[in-house]
Design a protein around this ligand. Structure first.
Ligand code: ASP
Length: 341
């Protein structure tokens, strides 16, 4: 009986410790998380009308909601990423699929890649001209071949064998992108070169998604029309694993957007994963280091989700179309520095 006060004290202490452990000040690790982007660049606030801004935000919200819902019902990160990227490819506002930029020759050549963080399997296509959703063809390369990257005619032949949906090359045309091509060609005729070339809104862009699913698996997917007036079969970083796309369950999933040559040079996506793995950085620190320490100003941005569900969206351009959601109820989209619910 004399032990009663002591036992009471122990019980009280145990209760206090349990309360601390589940305290709301220590946010629980999300069971799923997703981030998406629709390209980074000179997205001029002054010349973007409120209607244009709202239309972009609405597109981002609906793509993000589709990805979030897929993950919330226990779907895989691969399915969520493919689904989001297909939606953004079909949306003419973004430079991927319908609405892709024009090559110098007035055509469209599309690049895409996808990577499964659980197996390190990946698939990619470059320079495809008639595939409505290049991201799905990239996934088929991963799932149905022994290869990772198929290009141009070979990729088209594979698309025929896989019976994926095809469209004529001009199906990807949009007036906005044609105007951007004409502007670019005019600048070239006037002898404007190098970094001064068409630093305008429609010069580039890309779409991408990264996700952590409730099974603990990561995936990343990226799709693009590349850069306005690109020449000679130019391919950027988007279909290059380790440059524009990377996923590894040990660390993170990354999708990039910006000057492809710079992303390839600095193997941006893999560098972020390496900084997490070897230097113990958080996703935010690693992405910040890559974008502000490796890339040049105005080169672009990245979205990252780590194996713990941490999301980072970092860019060194004026804006980046982007969105993030997770199992805690977070749901936000943004273009410039602000984020709206
Ligand atoms: N990274 C893409 C490319 O270089 C373009 C972009 O994201 O803006 O093809």
């Amino acid at each position: 009986m004399r032990q009663l006060p002591f036992l009471l004290l122990v019980a009280l202490l145990a209760a206090a410790l349990t309360a601390c452990a589940s305290s709301p000040s220590r946010p629980a690790r999300p069971s799923f998380a997703i981030a998406i982007h629709g390209g980074a660049g000179v997205i001029d606030k002054a010349t973007t009308t409120p209607e244009e801004r709202d239309a972009y935000l609405a597109s981002l919200r609906s793509a993000l909601a589709a990805g979030r819902d897929e993950l919330a019902r226990g779907g895989t990160a691969m399915d969520a990423c493919e689904k989001v990227v297909r939606i953004l490819e079909d949306d003419p506002s973004f430079n991927a699929g319908k609405g892709a930029v024009f090559t110098e020759a007035g055509t469209h050549e599309l690049d895409a890649s996808i990577m499964d963080g659980a197996t390190l399997k990946a698939g990619a296509v470059a320079g495809v001209r008639t595939v409505r959703n290049p991201i799905s063809l990239a996934r088929l390369v991963m799932e149905r071949t022994r290869h990772i990257l198929l290009i141009a005619d070979g990729a088209e032949q594979f698309a025929t064998e896989m019976a994926v949906e095809r469209v004529g090359n001009s199906w990807f045309d949009t007036p906005k992108r044609r105007e951007a091509l004409e502007k670019e060609l005019e600048q070239r005729r006037r002898g404007v070169t190098g970094d001064d070339i068409a630093r305008h809104q429609d010069y580039r862009g890309t779409v991408g998604a990264v996700a952590l699913d409730t099974h603990g698996n990561l995936a990343a997917a990226t799709s693009t029309g590349g850069m306005t007036a690109k020449k000679w079969g130019r391919v950027g970083d988007s279909p290059i694993i380790g440059a524009g796309t990377y996923a590894n369950n040990k660390t993170c999933a990354v999708s990039g957007t910006g000057t492809g040559e710079q992303f390839i040079r600095h193997t941006i996506a893999k560098s972020i994963a390496a900084a997490i793995e070897y230097r113990g950085m958080t996703a935010h620190q690693a992405a910040h280091h890559a974008v502000h320490g490796l890339l040049d100003p105005d080169d672009g941005g990245v979205i990252v989700v780590s194996h713990t569900g941490e999301i980072a969206m970092i860019f060194n351009t004026i804006g980046m179309y982007r969105g993030a959601a997770d199992s805690s109820g977070r749901f936000e989209v943004g273009i410039w520095e602000e984020v709206t619910k």
